[in-house]
Structure formats: C-alpha cells, structure tokens
Design a protein around this ligand. Sequence first.
Ligand SMILES: *Cc1c(COP(=O)(O)O)cnc(C)c1O
Length: 437
Amino acid sequence: MKGNSKVKSRYSMCTKLIYGKPVSKKWDYDHHVIPPISSSSTFRLDTAQRGAQGFAEFAHHHDGTAIESRAPIYIYDRLGEPNKELLEENLAVAEHGEIAVTFSTGMAAISALLGSLTGIGDEIIAHNILYGCTYSLLTNWYPRYKISTHFTDLKNPHLLMKAITERSRIVYFETPVNPTLELIDIEAVVDIVRKVNKHRKSTRKIYVVIDNTFASPFCQRPLEHGADFVVASLTKAICGFGTDMGGVVVGPEWSYDLLLLYRKDFGGALAAKSAWPILVYGLPSLPTRMKQQIENAAVIAAFLENDPRIRFVSYPGLTSFPQYDLAQRQMRDYEGNFAPGSLLYLSLKGKTPRARHEKGERFINYLAHNAYTITLAVSLGHIRTLVEHPSSMTHAAIPLDEQIKKGIDPGGIRLSVGLEKAGDIIHDLATALDHID
Ligand SMILES: *Cc1c(COP(=O)(O)O)cnc(C)c1O
C-alpha cells in the first residue's frame, strides 16, 4: 500500500525493511512487537452502514477522501486483510514504488498486471527469452483473448523501435534474462517508449513492465530507471527460505484500484499465512542474505571460470561478462554498491550440443546424488544452493530449436547460490567435475 514518503528518509533501507512504516493504519497491534498472523477470512462489520461503507470504499482510493487516515474497513480476505497490506507497504518501499499489490504467486501477479493493462486487439512486445510460464501465458492463453505477443531481442533497441505498432501496449522483459543472465538496458528501452508515448493519447500509452525476480530489489530497482511497473515472484529471493509462494506488482498510484479489482474478481489473493513469513522473515533479511549470496556467487564464478572443463560461465559480476558495463550501471544495491546477483549460468565443454546436454545431465545427476550443499530443484534466491537444467526443466515450454536460436545452451546449467560457505559449494562442484570426466 501507499505511504512510503512517510518513512523517514534518514534511515537506510536495511533498517526500513525490518520496521516498515513506523505507524501503519493497516492494523492496530500497537502492543505486539511483531504483527500477529491474521487468521480470519471474514471480518465483523458492526453495522450495516459500516458494511456498506466498506464496500463503497473498496478500490476507491482515488475518490475517497480520508480513507488513508484511518484503519481500512476490512470485509473479506480476498478483498483485503492486514498481513498482506502491511507486506504491500514494505514491498512498495523496497522497490521504490508508489503502491504494491500482492498475489498468490508470481504468475498470478504477472497475469493480473498484463490482464489489467490489455484488452482485445492489443499487443505485447516481449523479449524473446522469458520465464517458461510467462512464455506459455503469452503464447498459449492470450491468443484466445486476441492479445498477441511480438517477441524480439530487446537487447537491441532498434528492434524495439521496429516492433512498435499502433496496437502495442506493453513492453515486457526480465533482466537479468532467465536463464542466460544477459542484461537488457532498462533506460534504453524506457527512452524509446517515452519518445513513442509523446505522440500517443493517454489511453493508448505503452507501459514498460519488468520482471525483477532474478535480481530482487536489493540488486536492482527498475522503477528508478524509468520503468512503469515491476512484477516479481515473492517465492524466490524475497521469501528467501523456500517456505511460501507469492507475487507482487509495484507501480504508480493510479493502478492501485485497478489491481485490487482484478484481484477481487480473478481471485489470486495472497494468503495471510504466506504474507506473514515474507513480512516477518523474508523482507527484513533480504539485504543481509543477498550481500552474502552475491559474495559467494562471485567466488564460485571465479572458480568455474578458471576450470578448464567449463565451456562458459555467465555472471554479471565477472569482468569477462560481455555486458559488464551495463551490469555496473544497472545492478546496484541500496547503498550504491555493485550487486550482480546470486545466479550463475554455465555449461560444460563438449563438441556438440548433444554432447554438452548429456554431460550437463550427468553433472546435475551427480550433484543430485552426492552433493551436500547443492540441491537439484527449480526456484532460486533461497538460502540453499539450487541447481537446475533450464533446457529440459524451466524452459521446456520453448521448443528446443527455438532455445538454441535464442542462446539457451542445451547443456546450460543454472546455479542459484545460497548462504552456505562458498568453499563448501566449490568442494561439491569440483568433486562432481572430477567424477563425470
Ligand atoms: C519463479 C518465477 C516466476 C513465477 O513465480 P511463481 O511465484 O512461481 O508463480 C516469474 N518470473 C520469474 C523470472 C521467476 O523466476
């Protein structure tokens, strides 16, 4: 929810993510140090009039006068409830946005935002590699509603210029791109879209939407670079411990009521019992976890880069990373330090794509059976190091020949570095490399 401006700017983000808003109107729990878990799907309405007022005020923040100055009238969990609204206040602060609305999963957040901003006949311009389910949403479901997607390489701003038509409404991408970790220059995309928007009616503006799941707001705040909206899976780095699912949209104030209405009717509300651990454990520990995970990732990337059995390792923090300058500009933590994230993408040497694929599989299987610190599992950003094979797992929705064309190596391996001691992770990686050769 809104109200970030009231958080005193004197304090650092590490501190703000622990305390949230000093006084929140969302819930009167003044004598608890930690907000209680709300476990009520419905709320007592003292009078019919109060019930009527609650319904009238729901998703009417623009024409309501004093709604923000008192506790909201809660009616029913799907409309609104204190745990997720406290979390929303803090997520807006974390992403430097005006408002945040949470959803049951990252996909619920992504589909809610895209569904809110588009209608029949509209077109989305998207980068040609996306999270598998987002790709499936755009290619399997939206054509049914006559919403089409033009996929292009958004690393090249000229291609974006060429792709924009009268029907375009959204430019959508992830950066770092999942799984290749290539970066897209947010400001270059925003520049082009702003130029085009100058000649458009306000009802036909194009919005820049960025999935910030990979970087997390600790490493990158797309709204600071001019993006209109951020979507993210809370299931990943923000929850951080692998216990809960969630999603969020962060954006401008005008979108708040629209997103609340969408959530009310499509129903993907975040459960209070999932909002709570993210509010109490996940977000407050995000800076400390990410700092250590970045440090670990850098050490592991250097180890892999120097191992002769590795074909390539892609990590935005390596000086060999082709877009190192852009990484330096775009990926910064709250204090301005370089923050290239906790994900690595690598491939083992092999003459043909098939040979690399088989070797990658053997490597992962060895890790799955023998490694103490590395778990074969999808998801990312957790305190445990996770490994997966995008080509056959998270990105299997993209046909194999398309994957190769788009730079997804059939033998590519994604490593999400956790909080273990870096030397222990390296020991497990080195042992696996020794055994599969
Ligand atoms: C996991 C993920 C999603 C989807 O989030 P869920 O919480 O699993 O629905 C979207 N985008 C990216 C980049 C992800 O990694």
